[in-house]
Write a protein that binds this ligand. Structure first.
Ligand SMILES: [Fe+2]
Length: 607
């Protein structure tokens, strides 16, 4: 069976494909943002569909057996939703309105056999994304984000215990409630609300968590009355909390480093501590309702590595598996997995690494070097390790890309974690972002006890650890203000080449740790292709690239590239790619006719 999973609406669209042909489960997945270069893209995932089909050598949507789509709030009535197009337009964030109209045209004209389509509940898909690729045959599953769910995974079955949010029915203790309950101001929404007050958008949770880490340095001055009566079984209602935030100020300055002061740090700390309390409560509830000692986690809140650390340390569960693409980026995989098992699939695959992308074709590298007038030379991991020791900052592209928001070596910017000034260099010259943002370490699994008190295995960088007090001066770049760190542990099975690079650095320095930050500039998604990587090199203070055993550097003829120039060329390329993909996957006549209808409708005065 070959199953395609899609998230077509709202943020973080993308595709995943699974195949059980040949006796093993093969999985590939990608977020549309990686391909169309728009962060958290809302675009119908045509590029991701092509990417996934290509990964299995397939040509068209007719070659897949099932198409499983996240049934989100913005689907259209003709394809299975209660919301009309007019409503959908009103509901949508104005920033993404153009995409939304375009999505509508693609949705209505895409050519697939509709008998192969299954609409998957959003929270069920998150649950499937965590449980079915975990190493467990039985486990409790907690989904914490805009919706909330507690599930019991048993063999190949996913049983709903509690569920609320989005379009589906509400469940309590395994029973479907007669009345669907709309409730959206839960813990995650409160957290997002605080992020908004700190000047970020709905994707600012990582910044809020980082800022809360300054809680020890800035005195606590609470601003928000967090409702103590918010708990009703598994439903946590922050309506009152958020309603009471009307007078809480919003940060409006340009210099976000000024956030390291009150009221902002106290606000971030309140959000963090409240979310910690709420998730710990839900975890306790999951343990109480499902007598399992194993837990799977997904949903946006499962990316909060401080919370994950605390719940692992609580000992409520013996083993915890967290889906690395815990937020909506992982939804396509969840849809595909849900569809596969709901339709008789029997093979399992434990996702012990997150490299679900497909490698670039090495034959395309010479053209990229030529385009940007770059030079390349063969280099060993020892050569690269020496360059890192010499203070060089290097972008690494190797193998398949990581699924989810964390770069885990294959699309990473690497640097020496020891020099005191490296953190500022990385923030200012490469990432162009706030100075308070921490950087994460990649450490060989065997060397964890040398530097860190952290889980022995943390391959996905979703659990916080602590840098040992005596070692903080040794690795200042990866030590956050409160001594915490977000370690990626690396072993040979997960990523042999990356392991050998860290090992070579350790042989030279006695410190088998590298600074690992995602390979991207501010406001762009993580790079996917050689060309994305080269363009990032040209726009930032990166010293070199390490691409599949080649050291790639500038020459005197390499042009400078501004962000504006990059945006213009990328937009032109993406528009052309989408035009080709519409011709490949859509009924062009239908697409054009609907576009004309839409134009006529919109130019007609209302009333
Ligand atoms: Fe979600």
């Amino acid at each position: 069976m070959i199953v395609l999973g899609l998230k077509c609406y709202s943020h973080d669209t993308g595709a995943a494909i699974i195949s059980d042909q040949g006796g093993a489960l093969k999985i590939h997945a990608i977020a549309e943002a990686r391909l169309n270069r728009r962060k958290h893209s809302f675009a119908y995932p045509l590029m991701s569909i092509a990417y996934c089909l290509n990964a299995l050598g397939l040509e068209s949507l007719d070659d897949v057996d099932l198409i499983c789509i996240d049934r989100h709030m913005e689907t259209w009535p003709e394809k299975g939703s209660q919301f009309g197009y007019e409503n959908a337009l009103k509901r949508h964030h104005p920033r993404y309105d153009d995409n939304h109209r375009w999505n509508y045209l693609v949705e209505q004209s895409i050519k697939y056999d509709s008998t192969k389509v299954r609409w998957i509940n959003h929270i069920d898909a998150h649950a499937a994304s965590a449980y079915f690729v975990s190493p467990f045959d039985e486990a409790a599953i907690l989904i914490a984000e805009g919706g909330t769910g507690i599930y019991h995974g048993q063999g190949l079955d996913l049983n709903i215990i509690d569920r609320i949010g989005y379009l589906g029915d509400t469940y309590l203790n395994g029973e479907k409630l007669a009345e669907r309950r709309d409730h959206f101001v839960n813990s995650s929404f409160f957290y997002d609300k605080v992020s908004e007050h700190l000047g970020y958008d709905i994707f600012g949770a990582g910044q809020t968590m980082a800022l809360a880490g300054y809680g020890d340095q800035v005195p606590f001055e609470p601003l928000v009355d967090v409702d103590p009566d918010r708990f009703e079984d598994f439903i946590i209602n922050h309506d009152k909390t958020v309603f009471g935030m009307a007078d809480v100020p919003t940060f409006e300055g340009e210099d976000s480093d000024k956030l390291i002061a009150n009221p902002w740090v106290s606000l971030a700390r309140q959000a963090q501590e409240t979310l910690e309390t709420d998730i710990q409560y839900l975890v306790w509830l999951a343990r109480k309702k499902i007598h399992s000692k194993k837990l799977c986690l997904a949903g946006g809140a499962a990316l909060n590595c401080i919370i994950n650390k605390k719940l692992i340390e609580s000992g409520l569960f013996d083993e915890v598996y967290i889906q690395p693409a815990a937020s909506d980026e992982g939804l396509p995989l969840g849809c595909a997995l849900y569809g596969y098992y709901a339709n008789g699939g029997e093979l399992r695959h434990h996702m012990s690494d997150a490299y679900l992308g497909t490698p670039n074709d090495p034959a395309t590298l010479p053209a990229v070097l030529d385009k940007w007038q770059l030079k390349s030379a063969k280099a060993s991991v020892q050569d690269i390790a020496q360059l890192l020791v010499d203070g060089k900052i290097i972008g690494r592209v190797a193998g398949g890309s990581e699924y989810g928001p964390r770069a885990l070596g294959n699309r990473s910017i690497l640097a020496d974690p020891r020099p005191a000034d490296m953190k500022d260099r990385l923030n200012a010259e490469i990432k162009h972002r706030e100075g308070f943002r921490p950087f994460a370490p990649s450490c060989l699994e065997d060397n964890i006890p040398d530097f860190f008190q952290s889980p022995a295995k943390s391959p996905f960088m979703v659990v916080a650890g602590t840098v040992k007090e005596g070692e903080r001066d040794q690795v200042p770049v990866v030590t956050h203000a409160d001594g915490s760190c977000r370690v990626q542990t690396v072993n040979q099975e997960q990523n042999k080449d990356y392991y050998e690079l860290i090992e070579a650095f350790g042989n030279l320095t006695g410190c088998a740790v590298l600074t690992n930050t995602s390979f991207n500039d501010r406001d762009e998604p993580i790079v996917e292709t050689y060309d994305d990587a080269a363009s990032c090199l040209l726009r930032t203070g990166l010293d070199a690239l390490y691409i599949e055993g080649q050291l790639v550097e500038r020459t005197e003829n390499t042009p400078a590239l501004t962000s504006a120039q990059n945006l213009a060329t990328t937009t032109a390329r993406v528009d052309k790619d989408y035009t080709n993909l519409i011709e490949r996957f859509c009924d062009v006549e239908v697409y054009v006719r609907l576009a004309e209808d839409l134009k006529a409708k919109e130019s007609t005065p209302k009333g």
